[in-house]
Design a protein around this ligand. Structure first.
Ligand code: SAH
Length: 402
């Protein structure tokens, strides 16, 4: 493998005083507007970062296209980036070893949260699914180092790459198709909290499943009871975990392919379901909740796990209105003593925004909520305290007053 240049020969990027202040506060991104000079820096290259006077601030990965021009990887000089990357992958695996329990599927590498900006790796039993999100991770020797280290450490049957064409476009990378990088297997099953799921590596959303909800599935199952409704159920993650504790459960989603997999997943779990049937309804959740609320339907447990409504900061108000509408309708349908499990995966919606929205919805619904748990993403999706962008998932579990 080609050696990286010695640190002193890395190209230099100078950042503005505002950029330097952000970095000193522990942030790891500098936006293009805070770059003072990056003359002749090759795209996707590791770079030396200095302040405007030339004082060294560390080593970063440079993107010639993204608004996020540099992503820090170390406070020190880095001589050999592929070697550092291999060490970081080993560290990410070691971090999870004592923390990840009862699952064959989990996130192995989570980009900035594992000091590997632009790399996401998920494990689904014997298949690894990776996403490359930046120029620096797309360079051939870097790709080779990623695949080599993952193979040595985890011995997967195959490695698949999932490509988001929009991200490649934003990073000015040539188009590329999703596909197998190694091995031939692209379908498998995995068990999570004793529930089995089927997995098609080249289909579905994200890299296949919503692994960030793994611990929330188990938490919600502890409170679930009676008639339950899992709204935005996708492939049945919450519904299948809740089913053993409920008398009847219905999953709702607007995606037919997702519901088809949900139904296959139900069939994989005779022990979990113990003869119980899960009903899957293809519908727009907003319309369905409106109909059900006005026809006086009642439930003992409702899960709300919508897609991210706020894709940018500008959408925050509209997103909060959307969340409030859903939560309000759900609260009106919950019986006294009922359980609401409500989530938001928009990182522009902070935990306090989310809880305020929920409090408002409760006031309007004339219900009192007791918060049982306020949760986030599973621990294999780490949150860096000094990098708030790494925290995005909120999951509140609350009991409706009698
Ligand atoms: N709870 C799921 C993840 C939900 S992701 C799990 O744990 O696996 C969000 C889901 O919302 C997707 O499956 C998407 O198909 C669905 N969706 C998006 N808009 C919708 C709408 N208006 N009505 C119903 N479902 C919708």
């Amino acid at each position: 493998m080609p050696k990286s240049p010695a640190p002193e020969s890395l190209p230099t990027v100078k950042v503005s005083p505002r950029g330097a202040t952000r970095l000193k506060a522990g942030h790891v991104w500098v936006y293009r507007s805070d770059i003072v000079s990056a003359d002749g820096v090759p795209s996707g290259s590791p770079v030396r970062v200095t302040d405007h006077r030339g004082k060294p601030l560390g080593t970063a990965l440079y993107s010639s296209a993204s608004q996020i021009a540099i992503r820090m990887i170390a406070l020190d000089p880095v001589a050999d980036f592929p070697a550092l990357l291999r060490q970081r992958i080993a560290d990410a695996i070691a971090y999870r070893e004592p923390l990840v329990r009862d699952t064959e599927a989990y996130r192995v590498v989570f980009s900035e949260a594992d000091f590997l900006p632009g790399l996401i790796v998920d494990r689904y039993a014997d298949i690894l699914s990776l996403q490359i999100l930046t120029q620096a991770m797309d360079v051939d020797p870097v790709r080779q180092a990623i695949v080599a280290e993952l193979t040595t450490r985890l011995h997967p049957e195959s490695i698949v790459e999932r490509v988001d064409p929009r991200i490649r476009e934003l990073e000015a990378l040539p188009p590329r198709a999703s596909g197998l990088l190694q091995g031939e297997k692209s379908a498998s099953t995995f068990t999570m909290n004793k529930v089995r799921f089927s997995y098609e590596a080249l289909e579905g959303q994200k890299t296949g499943a919503f692994l960030d909800q793994r611990e929330n599935y188990a938490a919600a199952a502890q409170y679930a009871k009676g008639d339950a409704l899992d709204v935005f159920c996708y492939q049945g993650g919450f519904a299948l975990h809740l089913a053993p504790h409920c008398s009847h459960i219905t999953g709702v989603d607007s995606s037919r392919p997702a519901l088809e997999v949900a139904d296959q997943n139900a069939a994989l779990n005779p022990q979990v379901l113990n003869g119980k049937e899960v009903e899957w309804i293809e519908a727009n959740a907003f319309d369905l909740l409106k109909d059900y609320a006005s026809s006086d339907r009642h439930y003992d447990t409702i899960v709300l796990d919508p897609p991210a409504f706020a894709k940018s900061k500008r959408d925050l108000d509209a997103a909060l209105r959307g969340y409030k509408e859903l939560n309000l309708r759900a609260l009106k349908m919950l019986r006294p003593g009922g359980i609401l499990v409500t989530c938001s995966c928009s990182y522009h919606v902070s935990q306090s925004n989310f809880l305020e929205m929920l409090a408002d919805a409760a006031l309007d619904a004339r219900r009192t909520l007791r918060l049982l748990e306020v949760r986030g993403q599973a621990k294999d999706h780490p949150v860096l305290l000094n990098l708030r962008e790494t925290a995005y998932l909120k999951c509140a579990i609350a009991s409706v007053s009698y």
